[in-house]
Design a protein. Structure first.
Length: 152
């Protein structure tokens, strides 16, 4: 996998996306407990979400809170290096994690940007609105090449 930045050095990476039903901000250590609770309570739902079928994440058996924190630190390091961008999806008016969005290079074709997103099972109705909002946001504000984002 390449360590080249995904976006040009002069591009200011957006720190948020606001929508009536949710808001996005960079995924970080401060989200650990809520993020862990969000995905571990929705493993089957996430694994059935377009873009996640057949993948190893999320692990069927879950993972410890400490391991989740290590993953969040890795995502934050990728964000800082501009090689990948993980955003947490939060309730619009509080810091409760209801999903995540990942923007990174495709493993097989580094010229393609792979985007994936999930929402908790109890927020499944937000999957399509999240997909629409993120798709428009990336197309309108980000200098990215071809994007692969599983349709909803």
């Amino acid at each position: 996998m390449t360590t080249d930045p995904l976006v040009p050095a002069d591009f200011t990476v957006p720190r948020e996306l606001l929508a009536p039903e949710f808001r996005l901000e960079p995924l970080g250590e401060q989200h650990n407990a809520s993020d862990h609770a969000a995905w571990t309570g929705s493993i089957a739902h996430i694994r059935a979400t377009p873009g996640f079928a057949g993948r190893r994440w999320p692990p069927v058996t879950g993972m410890t809170l400490e391991r989740n924190l290590a993953d969040l630190r890795r995502h934050a390091a990728d964000f800082a290096a501009r090689t990948g961008f993980a955003y947490t999806v939060l309730e619009p008016d509080r810091d409760e994690v209801i999903g995540c969005v990942y923007v990174c290079r495709d493993r097989e074709d580094p010229a393609v940007v792979n985007v994936s997103s999930w929402v908790r099972a109890d927020r499944a109705h937000l999957d399509a609105p999240l997909h629409r909002a993120v798709s428009a946001w990336l197309a309108g504000r980000w200098p990215l090449g071809p994007i692969r984002y599983a349709a909803r």
